[in-house]
Design a protein. Structure first.
Length: 356
């Protein structure tokens, strides 16, 4: 159920309607839009009786949401969600196509700083890197843990990049929330419902990767889990699904981008690194992702991919990332969007904070 308030409703009106909803034993989610505020109702076991809400003076209408996902849906919020970050002018979901780049895993301070400097110079505003790695083999590199997070925090300090890193379980999520700017939930955890709920109680935006065999509805329902706990800053990420095709690691499903945008107000970005698994396919698929309307890219870049402890085969050399940025910037322009310009000396000012 969705309560649409009149355009002139005040903050006090919003609060009063939320209190009324909560007094019925339900949860209220006030979502301000460009034209008016809508309040989503969750927690109901059956039908909600609309009369009690329709009678309030500031309420325009009470609508039954037809989809199983409610807070994620465009029915609740017509205009696109733009994720903002404190002390930064970088956004995800706005006119600027967000670029997140960095190694698969944080391996050492030197490796992280070398990649960060290069991606920042090329114009990326976000730095990726796993401190906790979900690996298929228990014997493969599992990440540096909290040390990896500390290195990433130092990268933010040095280059002004916002930090995106994965939480694999409840313990790591608590740590990642402290250090990161965006909490990544990986493909393997897309239906880890208790982790999704915990991410929903976190105070940082969540980057939710599509599960390897998730349908669009399952993907959106996973985002709904996060939002239902009160965290409305969710960014979706297409990273390829399993198919019979074996010329790539996964099959990058770019058609999901417009499909998501039709149904949901949430931003959607694309990961051509995991989506293809092959370095020589990352740039072409990045171009295609921007052309199809993705709100961002997440790209693996390593200073020495042949020695990478994870995902070397799909990691770009820094020079290749430079070219990728030049190409996708041109494509963004055709669509009336932008990608941040290269920066000669990346520092705090790149994140919108005045340099010392
Ligand atoms: C990653 O981003 O390094 C990662 C493990 O991604 P995914 O969850 O998409 O496999
Ligand atoms: Mn990886």
């Amino acid at each position: 159920m969705l309560v649409v308030l009149k355009a002139n409703a005040s903050e006090a009106d919003v609060k009063a309607v939320c209190e009324k909803i909560e007094s019925l034993g339900l949860r209220a989610h006030a979502i301000p839009g460009a034209q008016r505020t809508a309040i989503g109702i969750t927690g109901n076991k059956g039908e909600v009786e609309p009369a009690a809400l329709e009678s309030l003076a500031c309420v325009q209408e009470v609508i039954k949401v037809s989809k199983p996902y409610k807070l994620v849906s465009r029915e609740l919020k017509e205009d696109d969600t733009i994720v903002h970050f404190p002390d930064s002018d970088a956004t995800i979901g706005g006119n600027e196509v967000a670029v997140i780049a960095g190694p698969c895993g944080i391996e050492s301070r030197e490796q992280a700083f070398t990649s960060a400097e290069r991606v920042a110079k090329a114009g990326a505003r976000f730095f990726r890197g796993g401190a906790f790695k979900p690996r298929t083999s228990p014997y493969a590199f599992q990440g540096l843990g909290e040390l990896g997070l500390q290195i990433m925090a130092d990268v933010r300090e040095q280059f002004g990049l916002l930090i995106v890193t994965e939480a694999v379980d409840h313990e790591s999520l608590a740590l990642v929330e402290q250090y990161a700017d965006v909490i990544q939930i990986g493909a393997r955890n897309m239906q880890n419902f208790s982790l999704l709920k915990k991410a929903g109680r976190a105070r940082k935006p969540v980057l939710l990767k599509r599960g390897m065999s998730a349908t669009l509805e399952e993907f959106l329902m996973a985002a709904e889990y996060i939002m239902s706990e009160g965290n409305y800053n969710v960014i979706l990420c297409e990273r390829g699904v399993r198919t019979f095709a074996d010329h790539t690691r996964n099959t990058l499903d770019l058609s999901v981008v417009p499909a998501v945008q039709r149904l949901s107000h949430l931003p959607i970005i694309v990961d051509p690194s995991h989506g293809t698994g092959k370095r020589n396919k990352v740039t072409p698929l990045s171009r295609a992702a921007v052309a199809v309307g993705a709100d961002g890219l997440i790209i693996e870049v390593h200073p020495d991919p042949d020695k990478a402890l994870s995902d070397g085969a799909q990691s770009l050399y820094p020079d290749q990332f430079d070219s990728l940025m030049v190409e996708v910037r041109q494509i963004a322009q055709v669509l009336g969007r932008t990608i941040a310009d290269p920066v000669a000396e990346p520092g705090k000012r790149h994140a919108g904070v005045a340099a010392d």
